[in-house]
Write a protein that binds this ligand. Structure first.
Ligand code: ZN
Length: 596
């Protein structure tokens, strides 16, 4: 069912929103329909006590003082409470807590919304021959928490009320132009709803909850070296993009995947690589199992507005940088996870990869042909194949941070421009020019939105924010030293970049971005003709830009799904707990940070 609602925004212009059905009808916790207009049930048993589970503000403040501010020991809390009870007994009163246990119980019940961490371990096979490499002998631990409970908590978050879409929609502006912003404004959610409701008409009217996953290895540096973690994050497509970017409860770690290590001699070992990929897929599949039944049979969940509704889960998007995409899509290195363009000419002809195509060719062609002609590693079965409707090739989303900002801009264009100056002017003169470019970048005037770089481009470690800030001042700093074609190349790329980074994009924006990309492809030839990139531009991250325009129509603005969101969660999910732990125990302790 589609209903069109016209919302007048001015006298002469109308914007239109077409909703994919109405918002799922509210029901009671058992799934029975509520009478029209019935208010949502209260969220807490004691709706009037905002300090629940504490009896009031003073009891809460006392618990906070004892536990967090002075970190008082349990015997001292007991002693203080006894003194307190002794004193207040004269007025028939009692102490705020009977003992430290009661205080801890009250504190723990605030945390009832947290989903506990669990561990699954992958054991080595029993029949392992003697002398097998250590990576085969090891036991691997995967820490995870129930994604269904995590989503239940996310849906039940009143903070998202008013910034949460219950149904996919098509938004058209006053000029009749389609516009894309939040995930539910994209075609993907709409199409999936069509499929779900067609496959099983009894699901019609359920609220679509698109599951967004993201994974990205991260390193925590400590005095004794580096420790790597591989967190898996979960979000859902209903909260608006701005909420997902800003609200830490909208993106939650649900797993820490195992990182098999081995001796250096196994670095290029095919069997070891396949083992790592299989472990990766089987771990994600195992973690997501609790969601599976809710992907075909709707479940009742409380929503941000306080109403219960039937909801249906669906795998919607996966945010990952290129090495992770290779692993996820089961493709050969240097191929594209979304299309079948040949790795030596990625921006050339290529059909769209789909689960059906992969299944078909995998059934009919031998492994070596799949590897050479389709870039498919048939040892890998993507985890998505374990779930209804999910296609890993379709759900890999754009990633502004790795593909545009760090990839094409910093790793390619800034690097190549430096190499170009060296090739044209020789090393010594190029160094002088680079110093002057650095001086110009350092001379950036103080202005809102512009960052100053006291040392030019010379950061110890480039972050995504460094690259974004440098983008704003780079072109004027180099323009004088490079030919016009190179200036046009940088300008076209920057145009593309700023257009696709918008929070809302219309059809006109997509046309402009398409033109900017075409121009960038023409003008970047200067790096080929000048010998900097004699082999051309068949680079997976740069190639991914050609898929942006379609993916924006699928998922809305790329900045709502960028890996910078999961990267910023590394700080709260991994790095801070790491500092709080004693740094000797591994993951287990980090996740099970005890309250007492
Ligand atoms: Zn492609």
């Amino acid at each position: 069912m589609v209903c069109i609602i016209y919302i007048p925004t001015s006298v002469s212009k109308l914007t239109a929103v077409a909703w994919h059905g109405g918002p799922g009808a509210p029901c009671d916790p058992d799934g029975n329909n509520l009478p029209f207009g019935a208010p949502p049930p209260p969220r807490h048993d004691d709706e009037h006590n905002v300090w629940a589970p504490f009896t009031g503000q003073s009891q809460f403040l006392l618990a906070d003082f004892l536990f967090r501010k002075v970190e008082m020991s349990a015997p001292n809390i007991d002693y203080l409470m006894e003194l307190w009870a002794f004193e207040t007994a004269r007025y028939d009163g009692t102490s705020p807590f009977c003992s430290h246990k009661e205080a801890y119980e009250a504190i723990d019940s605030i945390r009832a919304g947290d989903v506990p961490w669990e561990c699954l371990s992958v054991e080595p096979p029993d029949d392992l021959p003697a002398g097998a490499p250590t990576w085969k002998q090891n036991q691997y631990q995967v820490w995870y928490r129930n994604p269904d409970t995590v989503i239940k908590n996310m849906l039940d978050n009143p903070d998202f009320n008013g910034q949460f879409d219950y149904v996919p929609y098509v938004y058209t502006d006053g000029n009749g132009q389609r516009r894309w912003s939040n995930v539910m404004s994209g075609n993907y959610a709409w199409r999936q709803c069509d499929t779900i409701f067609e496959d099983d008409p009894t699901t019609e009217g359920a609220t679509y909850v698109g599951v967004i996953l993201g994974s990205d290895k991260t390193t925590v540096s400590v005095a004794t070296g580096h420790v790597e973690y591989h967190p898996l994050y979960l979000s859902i497509g209903n909260p608006h993009n701005a909420v997902r970017r800003a609200h830490w409860n909208a993106v939650t770690p649900i797993g820490f995947l195992a990182i098999p290590k081995s001796d250096r001699k196994y670095d290029d070992d095919q069997e070891f690589r396949t083992f790592k990929r299989k472990l990766f897929h089987s771990s994600i599949s195992a973690i997501l199992q609790p969601l599976k039944s809710g992907m075909t049979t709707p479940v009742v969940r409380r929503c941000p507005d306080g109403h219960y509704r039937w909801v249906i889960y669906d795998l919607c998007a996966f945010i990952a940088d290129y090495p992770e995409q290779v692993m996820l899509a089961g493709i050969v290195q240097n191929w594209c996870a979304r299309c079948t363009a040949l790795p030596e000419d990625l921006d050339g002809e290529g059909g769209r990869r789909t689960r059906e195509l992969t299944d078909l060719v995998t059934r009919t062609l031998p492994s070596d042909v799949l590897w050479d002609q389709y870039g498919i590693d048939d040892d890998i079965v993507p985890f998505t194949n374990d779930f209804p409707r999910a296609d890993i090739h379709a759900i890999l989303t754009p990633d502004l941070l790795h593909q545009v900002i760090k990839g094409t801009f910093k790793d390619h264009l800034v690097q190549w421009t430096g190499e170009y100056l060296q090739a044209i002017h020789g090393a010594a003169h190029a160094d002088e020019i680079m110093d002057d470019i650095d001086r110009r970048i350092a001379a950036t005037p103080s202005f809102p939105g512009l960052r100053q770089f006291p040392h030019g481009r010379r950061f110890k470690q480039w972050t995504g924010d460094d690259s974004k800030a440098l983008m704003k001042v780079y072109l004027p700093a180099v323009a004088e030293y490079v030919p016009e074609q190179l200036v046009r190349c940088l300008r076209s790329f920057l145009d593309f970049c700023y257009l696709v980074r918008r929070s809302e994009l219309g059809e006109d924006t997509l046309h402009q971005a398409e033109n900017a990309l075409r121009s960038f492809h023409e003008e970047r030839e200067i790096f080929k003709t000048s010998g900097i990139r004699p082999t051309g531009f068949s680079l997976p991250r740069q190639h991914s830009l050609v898929h942006y325009l379609r993916l924006i129509q699928e998922y809305g603005a790329p900045n709502g799904l960028c890996s910078s969101i999961t990267e910023s969660r590394h700080i709260t999910a991994v790095k801070r707990p790491w500092r709080r732990s004693n740094r000797f125990e591994a993951l287990g302790q980090m996740l099970l940070v005890k309250t007492h």
